[in-house]
Design a protein. Structure first.
Length: 758
């Protein structure tokens, strides 16, 4: 069911009532052709039957011996093989037409398969435009990366014969190709295997986690999917291994899969990408037999849109399964942008990911920009509006950060929302960050090109946030109505009542172009609802509620904006959504500490494998708790020459109240210093009337009158959920696939009603 809002946007979503069931569902989203007690059962193994891509699907059928199978009326019984379980058969059903297809089994079983183009989209809505292909700059595995210089067509210069070549259509497609690389004996870098019919004399061997000893040769598949460039990599001996199918896996695969994600965000708009962001050739995983997959759209530096990233990962895993078979489990990893992509994808697409190990954590991409906007208002107030009214120590206290550098570095990330080029501002601020391949003539300029493409986190995700029909700009989620800047500093006695009143009366807000304006900013309500629904604001109640997470550092609160409070915010959201965050393990250490990613991967694999093997009764949360390895415990690594692990519950504090907090004190942000919650998922606060009893200082009647004038709409009531707040809605579709369950207008109405009563 769909609905159309006042701006003419259509949404197709899952009703809130079925969240719990979907959160526990497997990625296969098994679909039975008849009732559970029927003699014939059909389920898809490669992905959801209503969201198939690429014209084929891996299907398992339970049926009496001799049952026949047909697709759209044609007999396809011959493609099915005996299944792993007695009485089952499995087949790769090919030749699906785009749209609805009927799979039937004699005995009365039938299943509808809905296929979508491999070019996408499926659930992410209308694809962003313009969009620039970069296949000629994408370097194939084993070769040096593209040079920093660009040719006349703005593509990066590459060594001849090492790229994917020119696209074959307007959707940036290329023909799929297979390349082989190998690790030489004593080497650290892979080399191209130019003759796959012969194993080089200098090839090394590796022993996988499953005990297989194989040549360290990797098969890399590269192609295009959802307009991005995808790759998967797996140990494969081209001399002795048979061609991969879901029924014959390579000897070196340990039947485990890792989804990897790139980093960044600024500049991540309107491009296909010249790199994955993280090399798919990861020897620390490949040597143990793990397979890996990625898409350039899973790299925020190319596409800062986590819902499209989730769709790309969904399609990528589906394709992998149809090529190699169903993995025992799938883990996800990444740092910074790769961390929030891992979290947001797993949350919005339950069952896709079984465990996460990440570092440099943020809950989502949006929080960095919103936090930057708050901090940037302060830099403007203190440098332009009132440059002499506060000491530097007072300014820092109002900001919430450890120091001025930390505050300014975070504030400058407001650039992710600023479409105006060459804006003069504080040191380090860079507005309108662009990839060179996007022609200057298509870029937004408020004077020269007011209809151009806008480089912001919202405009690259218009399908999520919606569009203002008057301007064509994406709707925005930033809101500072009712926020009492410097509240903590006031109550601590660091700033005076007069300073507090002046700050809040003159702090102002932004217009649609991020220009400073005297009035506070109000968010677009429909954009807020959509942000929560698709997980652009990480909810924690979807897939993340049922899988283990290891956050393995590294930590820093001094500069660079990768701060500790973001990690605690992610965990706080899980606790808020699920009652606890026992599945979220934190390991802290400074930038000089080598927090071993391999340890995090090994512990996570042990944890997930135990959960998968646990057939005892119990909920997913109960299994996570009882199958948790001893090593999956909170702690930090000290700063000694050989860092030692201190097992200790990690808490958000900059007081020396624990060993880890003494070593690594955590500071806050501007919104937290204004009284906001650690989870920081209140995008627009509900307000309440001013109450003199809420302050630790005593305001005079005249001062209270001034505050009531400043906060004519009231002040934030942080004890309540934000306006339009609700959790992620798994099964959401922005089109063309239909959403699962009821319509989003009902789900949103329910969520809004609950938030107003909370």
């Amino acid at each position: 069911m769909s609905f159309t809002n006042l701006r003419g946007r259509k949404f197709l979503f899952l009703a809130t009532a079925s969240l719990a069931g979907l959160a526990a569902a497997s990625f296969a989203f098994s679909a039975n052709a008849q009732s559970p007690d029927s003699a014939v059962q059909i389920r898809t193994l490669s992905g959801a039957p209503d969201r198939v891509s690429g014209g084929n699907a891996l299907v398992e059928i339970t049926a009496p011996a001799g049952a026949k199978v047909s697709l759209n009326g044609g007999d396809i019984s011959s493609v099915f093989h005996p299944g792993a379980k007695p009485g089952t058969m499995m087949g790769l059903v090919e030749g699906l037409k785009v749209g609805k297809n009927e799979l039937k089994v004699t005995g009365g079983g039938a299943l509808e398969l809905t296929d979508y183009s491999i070019k996408g989209p499926i659930v992410s809505g209308p694809q962003v435009k313009p969009f620039y292909c970069e296949t000629t700059s994408f370097v194939l595995p084993g070769y040096p990366p593209a040079k920093g210089t660009r040719g006349a067509d703005k593509t990066l210069v590459v060594q001849p014969g090492t790229s994917l070549g020119k696209p074959i259509d307007a959707d940036c497609s290329v023909k799929t190709r297979i390349d082989y690389v190998y690790m030489p004996k004593g080497g650290k870098d892979f080399k191209p295997l130019t003759n796959p019919k012969a194993i080089p004399a200098d090839v090394s061997t590796t022993t996988t986690s499953a005990g297989a000893n194989v040549p360290f040769i990797v098969r890399v598949e590269t192609g295009t999917m959802n307009r991005g460039i995808y790759q998967n990599a797996i140990l494969f001996n081209p001399v002795s291994d048979v061609a991969p199918t879901p029924f014959a896996q390579p000897k070196g695969w340990n039947h485990r899969l890792i989804s990897i994600h790139g980093a960044g965000c600024p500049g991540g708009w309107y491009t296909q990408g010249t790199r994955e962001g993280v090399d798919v050739l990861q020897p620390q995983y490949l040597s143990k037999g793990y397979a890996l997959f990625i898409n350039t759209l899973d790299n925020p530096s190319n596409s800062c849109n986590t819902f499209a990233a989730g769709e790309s990962a969904m399609m990528g895993k589906e394709h992998f399964i149809k090529t190699f078979g169903v993995p025992d489990f799938t883990m996800s990893t990444g740092g910074s942008g790769g961390a929030y992509t891992s979290l947001d994808v797993a949350d919005a697409f339950p069952g896709l990911i079984d465990g996460i190990f990440i570092n440099l954590v943020f809950p989502d991409a949006q929080i960095i920009g919103l936090t930057g906007l708050d901090g940037h208002l302060l830099t403007h107030y203190f440098e332009v509006t009132n440059p002499k009214g506060f000491t530097e120590a007072q300014q820092v206290a109002v900001s919430g950060y450890k120091g001025k550098q930390a505050w300014y570095d975070a504030a400058n990330q407001g650039q992710r929302t600023d479409p105006v080029p060459n804006r003069p501002d504080v040191a380090g601020y860079k507005s309108a960050v662009w990839n060179d391949i996007v022609p200057p003539e298509v870029r937004y300029d408020p004077v020269k090109n007011p209809k151009g493409a806008r480089p912001t986190i919202w405009d690259v995700s218009k399908a999520t946030y919606g569009t203002d029909p008057k301007t064509g700009f994406a709707l925005r989620t930033y809101d500072n109505t009712g926020v009492q800047y410097g509240l903590q500093a006031l109550n601590d006695g660091t700033i005076t009542k007069a300073q507090f009143i002046d700050l809040n009366s003159k702090i102002g807000g932004y217009d649609r172009d991020d220009n400073y304006v005297p009035a506070r900013t109000s968010a677009d309500i429909s954009a807020l609802k959509s942000s929560y629904a698709v997980g652009a604001t990480m909810g924690g109640n979807g897939g993340l509620a049922t899988i283990p997470i290891i956050d393995f550092g590294s930590y820093n609160d001094t500069s660079g904006y990768h701060y500790q409070w973001y990690h605690f915010a992610a965990r706080a959201r899980l606790a808020k959504a699920n009652g606890n965050a026992d599945n979220y393990v934190m390991w802290r250490g400074d930038n000089k500490t080598d927090i071993p990613v391999t340890k995090a991967a090994d512990v996570m694999a042990q944890w997930v494998a135990a959960i998968k093997a646990d057939k005892r009764p119990g909920t997913a949360q109960e299994k996570m708790a009882r199958d948790r390895p001893a090593a999956a415990t909170d702690g930090c690594f000290d700063t000694s020459a050989t860092p030692k692990f201190i097992a200790e519950k990690q808490t958000f504090s900059h007081a020396p109240d624990s060993k880890c907090n003494t070593l690594f004190p955590s500071y806050a942000s501007t919104r937290l210093a204004a009284g906001g919650p650690l989870a920081d998922n209140t995008l627009k606060c509900q307000t309440k009337p001013l109450d003199a009893a809420d302050y630790k200082v005593k305001f005079t009647p005249d001062e209270m009158a001034q505050l009531r004038h400043v906060f004519s709409q009231g002040v934030c009531d942080w004890s309540k959920n934000g306006v339009a707040f609700h959790g992620v809605v798994p099964g959401t579709s922005l089109g063309p696939a239909p959403g699962r369950g009821g319509s989003m207008d009902n789900a949103r109405a329910d969520a809004t009603a609950k938030s107003s009563k909370s």
